[in-house]
Write a protein that binds this ligand. Structure first.
Ligand code: ZN
Length: 180
């Protein structure tokens, strides 16, 4: 971790900037590592278990995740791609960009991910469980997609109204459960 980490502002639904599609990182340089460090700082402070660069209004394809209880499993993925997936998993998801909302989403149970790590090395990993759900959720963010997009229009409208009301009232952004 760098010594000059910063907590970044997280965009909230329905901010249209969350619909931006991130661009591949050409080279994992110091500025990308700084972004990764700042994203970890921001994610842990929220607190959350995953964060995508789009959520902090940076359009590089970078995600950070850590689903451990003791923050010991920090994983940064640059240009992450799901190259294989298998099975179904339904889990309650939350999102740091949709505070206070938790809904069940169906995703693949197991995934194989290809990415660059913080040092720019190519990696491939087989992942399942909560971490697999989390990574699918974060890669969606890089494509401008939110977990509420998997819900019905009616449900999404209700969530939008709730968050707009919360924002008008000064917003309670406290995460009571772990969000990604
Ligand atoms: Zn999210």
């Amino acid at each position: 971790m760098g010594q000059d980490m910063a907590i970044l502002d997280i965009l909230h639904f329905p901010d249209t900037r969350l619909r931006n599609v991130a661009k591949p990182v050409a080279q994992v340089d110091g500025s990308v590592r700084q972004l990764i460090d700042d994203m970890f700082e921001t994610m842990y402070a929220a607190p959350g278990i995953g964060l995508a660069a789009v959520q902090v209004n940076d359009l590089r394809r970078v995600i950070v995740v850590d689903t451990s209880e003791d923050r010991s499993q920090a994983l940064a993925l640059v240009n992450p791609e799901i190259i294989a997936k298998q099975g179904d998993e339904s889990m309650d998801e939350g999102c740091l960009s949709v505070p206070g909302v938790y809904e069940t989403v169906q995703r693949a149970a197991q995934i194989r991910v290809r990415a660059l790590d913080r040092e720019g090395n190519a990696i491939e990993k087989d992942i399942d469980g909560l971490l697999a759900v989390c990574i699918q959720h974060e890669i969606d963010h890089l494509d401008g997609k939110l977990f509420v997009d998997y819900l019905s229009n009616l449900k999404r409208q209700r969530i939008r109204k709730k968050l707009e009301k919360d924002a008008r009232q000064g917003g309670d952004k406290t995460q009571r459960r772990r969000a990604i």
